[in-house]
Design a protein around this ligand. Structure first.
Ligand code: NAD
Ligand code: UDP
Ligand code: UDP
Length: 316
């Protein structure tokens, strides 16, 4: 049994990761400031003898004793990370420094939840790990994109300078149960709008693309990456290479939910990437991993989750 720290563990991905680690018999410490996460995501685990939930902001030092660290703390939806952009950069950068300092003192293995946003609005398609990206350093997405890029830099410098045992995973758009209903990301927006019979908001003409990975597949990639041999650092892309336009996604959601929602167009946000698709050759080779859950099956699970949430009135 390992003692494992999950920062951002009360969020969408973090709570699923805590579940998998507890089920595998580990002792899990979840640290979260509940900015976008919620105790509700972990309510079913609060009485577990090997689970501990600590309210803490990773921009402040943290002194605990653990064997492994998954660093997921950071708001991920554009609406939330742009709400307090200075705090977003601090979370990525000061948060990484503190967690790396902790890993250094403990000689603990540490995994960083990085993002496809490090590629920005890419001119290479699909994106392999060797592509350096096209990121605006002074735009409204920069707090997140550049914060995450700087966190990657810190991880690799701690590895070179202090021989830290690091792992970096670049996560592409992931969806599933426990996304926040007001999170602003496209899958949760479209499903909640369709379930309520509200208009479905397509930003721009809806021809921009994303590739959506179901949460269970993504968590499997994080677990496998953490268990790779020492010296294999990544970065490794993790995501589903099947690419859709936002119009196709809206139509798929409408078809699965039914109802009377109309598609309406809203302005495209600034610096919104045109296309996004992971090249997962490295994950296939080094992790023996590829996604198993198709969009339709994943959407059905996610729709069932939001339907139950809205019926309880918790999505208000
Ligand atoms: P989320 O917003 O649901 O989870 C983030 C968690 O971090 C929340 O519980 C939040 O309260 C917590 N947090 C934020 N700032 C903190 C701070 N300063 N101190 C402590 N806790 C803090 O988002 P998610 O989708 O679960 O994303 C988890 C991680 O994965 C993030 O690092 C995100 O950048 C990365 N990621 C996610 C996706 C995706 O599609 N879901 C894609 C790329 C990268
Ligand atoms: N740190 C932490 N927990 C620890 C060890 C360090 O939060 O168990 C923080 C510490 O506050 C420091 C940061 O991690 O600011 C970086 O630590 P490092 O040892 O790399 O740097 P230094 O302390 O030498 O500035
Ligand atoms: N989007 C949309 N309608 C919405 C929310 C998002 O058309 O209600 C678009 C958004 O402009 C982007 C894509 O969906 O092109 C994915 O957005 P999201 O915020 O989920 O993730 P990211 O842009 O970070 O990949």
């Amino acid at each position: 049994m390992d003692r494992i720290l999950v920062t951002g563990g009360a969020g969408f991905l973090g709570s699923h990761l805590c579940d998998r680690l507890l089920d595998a018999g580990h002792d899990v410490l979840c640290v979260d400031n509940f900015f976008t996460g919620s105790k509700r995501n972990l309510a079913h685990r609060l009485s577990h003898p090997y689970f501990e939930l600590m309210r803490h902001d990773v921009t402040f030092p943290l002194y605990v004793e653990v064997d492994r660290i998954y660093n997921l703390a950071c708001p991920a939806s554009p609406v939330h990370y742009q709400h307090d952009p200075v705090q977003t950069t601090k979370t990525s950068v000061h948060g990484a420094i503190n967690m790396l300092g902790l890993a250094k003192r403990l000689k603990a293995r540490i995994l960083q939840a990085s993002t496809s946003e490090v590629y920005g609005d890419p001119e290479v398609h699909p994106q392999p790990e060797g592509y350096w990206g096209r990121v605006n350093p002074v735009g409204i997405r920069s707090c997140y994109d550049e914060g995450k890029r700087c966190a990657e830099t810190l991880f690799f410098d701690y590895q070179r300078q202090h021989a830290l045992d690091i792992k970096v995973v670049r996560i592409f758009n992931t969806y599933g149960p426990r996304m926040h209903p007001n999170d602003g990301r496209v899958v949760s927006n479209f499903i909640v709008q369709a379930l309520r019979g509200d208009d479905i908001t397509i930003y721009g003409d809806g021809s921009q693309t994303r590739s959506f990975c179901y949460v269970d597949d993504l968590i499997e990639a994080l677990l496998r990456m953490m268990d790779t041999e020492a010296g294999f650092t990544g970065p490794v892309n993790a995501g589903n290479p099947v690419e859709f336009t936002m119009l196709e996604l809206a139509e798929k959601v409408l078809q699965l939910v039914g109802g009377r929602s109309r598609l309406v167009h809203k302005p495209l946000p600034e610096d919104d990437p045109r296309q996004r698709q992971p090249d997962i050759t490295l994950a296939r080779d080094k992790l023996g991993w590829q996604p198993k859950v198709g969009l339709e099956d994943g959407l059905k699970e996610t729709i069932a989750y939001f339907r139950a949430l809205l019926q309880e009135g918790a999505g208000a």
